[in-house]
Design a binder for this molecule. Structure first.
Ligand code: G3P
Length: 213
């Protein structure tokens, strides 16, 4: 499974990119704002660290504005993927970007029908937000399973990019469901490696070895 790190914090990206497991980065306006707000500067810095897809979201909500802004963002680096919201203008912009060979990540996807529309218009990635569905008492993983069935049926090349991942359980579930990509906050990624029995076992190995000297 492809791992993206979901943050705009440069130091966090550097730290986890050095683990070797990070394949790309996703950002959004909230994450950019949290990291200072200068999207062009932040995306440029990330592109110098990570050799993989970097999602940069447009702020414009109208079609003309999205394609203008997205075309500009795509000039930052060849790895930049343009993130657009799952709206009518975002759907139309996805079609334009696809025809102009600019990769897209259609975000704020909360239904299988939305995912289907984005795939039909040539989205490179779609980002279903599983945590936010769970937040309102729905089951985000159900959406992932529905999208997977749909995309397998029609052999869409659009990649399912599971987002709004809030736990290691989510991470495991999306992998078991066969998602192409999971984007996770640094905190979750760091939790993936943890197991108490690993720590206990290593401690015992070292203690036994030390006692044998
Ligand atoms: O990439 C989308 C992600 O940042 C949203 O996560 O936890 O704000 O729903 P969350």
């Amino acid at each position: 499974m492809i791992f993206f790190i979901d943050t705009a914090e440069i130091e966090e990206i550097k730290e986890l990119y050095n683990w070797g497991i990070i394949d790309g980065v996703t950002t959004n306006p909230s994450l950019i704002a949290k990291s200072g707000g200068d999207q062009k500067k932040i995306i440029t810095e990330i592109a110098q660290i990570v050799d993989g897809p970097i999602s940069a979201e447009v702020i414009a909500t109208d079609y003309e504005g999205m394609i203008k802004e997205g075309a500009e963002l795509s000039k930052i680096h060849q790895n930049v993927v343009i993130k657009v919201p799952m709206t009518v203008d975002g759907l139309k912009a996805t079609y334009w970007f696809n025809k102009n060979k600019i990769r897209t990540n259609v975000t704020l996807v909360f239904s299988a029908n939305q995912a289907l529309l984005a795939a039909k218009n040539g989205a490179s990635y779609i980002s279903p937000f599983i945590g936010r569905l769970d937040d309102i008492g729905q089951t985000g993983m159900e959406l992932i399973k529905e999208i997977k069935i749909m995309f397998d049926h029609y052999q869409y090349s659009t990649k399912i990019l599971a987002a709004s991942i809030r736990s290691t359980q989510h991470a495991k579930d999306v992998a078991l469901a066969g998602c192409d990509v999971a984007t996770m906050p640094p905190k979750i990624i760091k939790q993936l490696i943890k197991h108490p029995l690993t720590d206990i076992g290593l401690e015992k190995f070292l203690a036994d070895y030390k006692n044998s000297l």
